[in-house]
Design a protein around this ligand. Structure first.
Ligand code: GZL
Length: 337
């Protein structure tokens, strides 16, 4: 009897040990970054590959700083950053590198609207969502990107024209020269369209010259010098698609011997500190704000995507307009960039 009891006890404890080992073993099969249902484990970082256009303007630098500060200082993210020196081929190379590194999300500030289908299809095939930052793209297959975080450039252009007409009067004859942004960039195309939408409604207002200054101060100055040479005393206002070109134009107008902000009114888009200082000094007149501080919105979109949530197709940034010395002086102390 005793022998049987001892045997049964031995068999029972062996069985329990086998069951216990089997249970432990099933836990260790979920190795790697993901748990059983394929989601990233909570403590794993979200790897974001960001292809930035370059550093052509104060606005661009502010955007880069916002993204590096927000994602770079947040332990939930690993940010891989690439500066394309304003060349699309460098951005395409960067995207291919991010795909090869199997990042979780690609953020792209596309220098121009066209030429993205192939590389974005590669990202889609690799199941890596793409979030567009600050400029749009022109693709037939809208599923090639998940969301656009940025401004309404057509509205910015319309507001620039409306404020200029308010400032100079509907019945005044006004000849305008236009400094366009980078050729092919959505921000340039749409700011041009929006401004033209309003100007065409008033025959007193005419755009007599329009040329790209590539969103840079140096090129903006150079193009304005050419405008002044050909049409100097016939120019009543300059519309610049960004502040850096406007600041270059202000320099050219002064060197030409006229007073910017008085002889030639200056309307600009972005809202970097230097243009507020120019308006406060009476050298420019109208600022249409375009918000570059997109880091927090990118971070939130990445977190939502990683959590499997739907995100808005267009995550818009809120912006305003500043007109005249007093508005610029009041706003200056709180400007962050
Ligand atoms: C706007 C952005 C533009 C800025 C310029 O979202 O794409 O590019 O207005 C910058 O300053 O160069």
């Amino acid at each position: 009897m005793q022998k049987t009891k001892r045997l049964l006890t031995y068999l029972f404890s062996t069985l329990m040990l086998i069951l216990l080992l089997a249970a432990c073993n099933s836990d260790s099969t979920s190795t790697g970054n993901n748990n059983e249902d394929g989601d990233k484990k909570a403590e794993e970082k979200i790897v974001v590959g960001f292809s930035q256009i370059g550093a052509e303007s104060g606005w661009r630098t502010a955007e880069t700083e916002s993204i590096k500060e927000t994602l770079g200082n947040d332990s939930r993210f690993e940010l891989k950053f690439s500066d394309a020196q304003q060349k699309q081929e460098n951005q395409i190379k960067a995207l291919r590198s991010f795909i090869a590194q199997k990042v979780d999300i690609i953020a792209l500030a596309p220098v121009v609207e066209s030429g993205w289908e192939t590389v974005l299809q590669e990202a889609k095939d690799a199941k890596i969502p793409v979030i567009l930052l600050d400029r749009g793209i022109d693709v037939k297959d809208e599923s090639l990107y998940t969301s656009f975080i940025g401004s309404d450039f057509i509205l910015e252009g319309e507001n620039a024209a409306k404020e200029l007409i308010k400032l100079m009067g509907e019945d005044t004859k006004v000849n305008i020269v236009e400094l366009q942004g980078t050729v092919g960039a959505s921000a340039a195309n749409d700011r041009m369209e929006g401004f033209a939408n309003v100007i065409k409604e008033n025959s007193n207002y005419n755009i007599i010259k329009s040329q790209s200054g590539d969103f840079t101060r140096a090129k903006g100055k150079e193009v304005m010098e050419a405008f002044l040479k050909s049409d100097g005393d016939n120019i009543d206002a300059v519309y610049a698609h960004n502040d850096d070109m406007a600041l270059g134009a202000i320099q050219a107008i002064e060197e030409y011997g006229l007073k910017p902000g008085e002889d030639i009114k200056v309307v600009s888009v972005d809202g970097i500190k230097a243009i507020f200082e120019a308006v406060a000094a009476g050298k420019a007149n109208i600022i249409v704000e375009c918000n570059p501080l997109l880091g927090p919105q990118l971070a939130q979109a990445a977190l939502d995507l990683q959590a499997g949530k739907e995100i808005e197709r267009w995550i818009k940034t809120e912006e305003t307009v500043f007109v005249g010395k007093e508005a610029a002086e009041t706003a200056l102390p709180s400007r962050k960039y």
